[in-house]
Design a protein around this ligand. Structure first.
Ligand SMILES: NC(=O)c1ccc[n+]([C@@H]2O[C@H](COP(=O)([O-])OP(=O)(O)OC[C@H]3O[C@@H](n4cnc5c(N)ncnc54)[C@H](O)[C@@H]3O)[C@@H](O)[C@H]2O)c1
Length: 212
C-alpha cells in the first residue's frame, strides 16, 4: 500500500467523488456497487476505480460488489480529520455567501464557522448562517474557533494580502477562488479554483468537436 499521507491529488479528488456517489446510492437503498458501476457513473474505467481503492488498502469487492457503507467509512478515514476541521470564508460577497450557504451541513467533518469582510454593512452580522467579523479580528477568531482552513472569495486585488494574513495567523490550507495565483509557504496547502479556466477548457473541447 502507498503511504496514505502521500496519495496523488487526483486520487483524493476521486475518493471525494466516489463517496458522494456512494452516499447517493445508500440514500436510494442500494447497499452494494460494483467497480464497473462506480466507474460508469464517473466516466472512468473500473481499473482506475480499483487502482484508487487499492492505494487506500481497500480491495474487498464481494460477489455483490463493494459494500457502500463500509467503503464510505474507509474513504472517511482517509479524507476526514478525526474530530473535524473548521473553515473560514474571507470576503462575504456574492460568491462567499453562495459558498457558505451551499456548503454548510454537507460534510459533518468540515464546517464553515466564521466569515470575514471589511465592509461595515457586513461586519458584525450573521450572513448565510455564520458570524461575519472584521478582518482586524482574524487572529483572535481563528484562534478561538480553532480554524485551520480558509476560503478566499475577496476581490482579486486583495488576494495576496489576504493570503499573507491567513498564513500569519497559522491557517494550514487555503482554497483560492480569486483569479490571482498565490504563493504560500510549503507548510500551507493551496488549491486554486478558477472557473474561467474550467470554462475555457470546456470551450476548447467544444471547439475541437466543431472542427471534426
Ligand atoms: N461571483 C462568482 O461567480 C465568482 C466566480 C469565480 C470567482 N470569483 C472570484 O471570487 C471573488 C469574489 O467575487 P464576488 O463576485 O463574490 O465579489 P463581491 O464584490 O460580491 O464580494 C467581495 C467581498 O469581499 C469583501 N472584501 C473586500 N476587501 C476585502 C479584504 N481585504 N478582506 C476581506 N474581505 C474583503 C467585500 O467587501 C465583498 O463583500 C473575486 O475575486 C472573484 O474574481 C467570483
Amino acid at each position: 500500500m502507498m503511504n496514505l499521507a502521500n496519495l496523488p491529488e487526483r486520487t483524493i479528488e476521486r475518493l471525494s467523488e466516489y463517496r458522494r456517489t456512494l452516499l447517493n446510492c445508500l440514500a436510494k437503498g442500494k447497499t452494494h456497487i460494483y467497480s464497473h458501476e462506480l466507474a460508469g457513473l464517473h466516466n472512468i474505467t473500473a481499473v482506475q476505480v480499483r487502482r484508487d481503492l487499492m492505494l487506500i488498502g481497500y480491495s474487498s469487492m464481494k460477489k455483490k460488489g463493494y459494500d457502500a457503507q463500509e467503503l464510505i467509512k474507509v474513504i472517511g478515514e482517509i479524507l476526514d480529520h478525526e474530530i473535524g476541521l473548521n473553515v473560514a470564508v474571507i470576503g462575504m460577497g456574492n460568491l462567499g455567501r453562495a459558498i457558505t450557504a451551499y456548503f454548510n451541513g454537507k460534510r459533518p467533518k468540515l464546517n464553515i464557522v466564521a466569515a470575514f469582510d471589511v465592509d461595515p454593512n457586513k461586519v458584525d452580522r450573521v450572513i448565510s448562517g455564520v458570524n461575519c467579523y472584521h478582518m482586524k479580528e482574524l487572529e483572535k477568531v481563528v484562534e478561538r474557533n480553532d480554524i485551520s482552513i480558509a476560503i478566499i472569495s475577496s476581490p482579486p486585488e486583495t488576494a495576496s494580502q489576504v493570503a499573507e494574513q491567513l498564513v500569519a495567523v497559522g491557517i494550514k490550507g487555503i482554497l483560492n477562488f480569486t483569479t490571482i495565483p498565490l504563493v504560500v509557504p510549503d507548510t500551507v496547502y493551496l488549491e486554486e479554483y478558477d472557473m474561467i479556466t474550467s470554462m475555457e477548457k470546456v470551450a476548447y473541447f467544444v471547439k475541437q468537436a466543431y472542427a471534426r
